[in-house]
Design a binder for this molecule. Sequence first.
Ligand SMILES: C[C@@]1(CC(=O)O)C2=NC(=C\c3[nH]c(c(CCC(=O)O)c3CC(=O)O)Cc3[nH]c(c(CC(=O)O)c3CCC(=O)O)/C=C3\N/C(=C\2)[C@@H](CCC(=O)O)[C@]3(C)CC(=O)O)/[C@H]1CCC(=O)O
Ligand SMILES: NC(=O)c1ccc[n+]([C@@H]2O[C@H](COP(=O)([O-])OP(=O)(O)OC[C@H]3O[C@@H](n4cnc5c(N)ncnc54)[C@H](O)[C@@H]3O)[C@@H](O)[C@H]2O)c1
Length: 152
Amino acid sequence: MKQKNYLPIAINITGEKILIIGGGQSAWKKIQILKRFDAEVEVIALEICDDLRKSDVPYRIKPYEKSDLKGYLMFYSCTNNPELDQQIARDGKEAGVLVNIHDQPELCQFVSPAIYQKNHLRIAVSSNARDVYASIETRNIIRNYFESTANN
Ligand SMILES: C[C@@]1(CC(=O)O)C2=NC(=C\c3[nH]c(c(CCC(=O)O)c3CC(=O)O)Cc3[nH]c(c(CC(=O)O)c3CCC(=O)O)/C=C3\N/C(=C\2)[C@@H](CCC(=O)O)[C@]3(C)CC(=O)O)/[C@H]1CCC(=O)O
Ligand SMILES: NC(=O)c1ccc[n+]([C@@H]2O[C@H](COP(=O)([O-])OP(=O)(O)OC[C@H]3O[C@@H](n4cnc5c(N)ncnc54)[C@H](O)[C@@H]3O)[C@@H](O)[C@H]2O)c1
């Protein structure tokens, strides 16, 4: 298959419904990032981690079904179950909902960059899903640059 090429774009998610499938630590980390951008995040999972239970994020305890995808702009699958993830990726494409499968770029329709945000400025670093550690390291260099006393 031809190598994937991800277009870096900025999507408004304020007030948009985003579904997270899975309620473990991977889901929790994604939710932290999405909440910074005012998305209406909802979760479905068989079990929920303590951080999520204590938060104000709405969740439903139930097994995933394809019909769960209806009405969402996009979703993140964080089930830690490769077979289920493959099914969910197929379902998402069929349903026309944008798919992100945790740590499995080969199944993703979109991937998330490492972000530095200062006021209206947003700097997003991506490696085309090839080297997430390089993205994080580059973002950290940028953050250090902006937040060093010399640049304030
Ligand atoms: C930037 C960030 C944004 C976000 O998640 O929103 C993000 N990953 C973050 C953190 C993180 N990811 C991983 C760890 C290690 C600990 C852990 O395993 O938990 C940590 C650190 C942590 O969790 O603290 C491991 C990892 N991640 C992926 C793979 C699979 C692979 O690379 O094949 C592996 C296993 C690699 C291996 O070791 O083999 C895949 C993806 N990760 C991406 C994004 C996309 C590519 C971005 C790009 O184009 O470069 C992509 C393709 C899919 C996606 O969009 O999710 C966020 C930083 C948040 C922040 O600091 O602000
Ligand atoms: N400490 C950290 O920052 C961190 C980050 C990521 C992962 N981890 C560790 O890595 C491991 C994996 O974490 P994880 O969050 O990726 O996975 P997890 O196994 O903890 O969570 C998977 C989630 O998917 C749900 N799920 C599974 N099948 C489902 C189905 N059919 N329908 C609906 N929901 C379903 C589960 O109920 C659960 O909520 C864990 O041990 C975790 O502690 C740690």
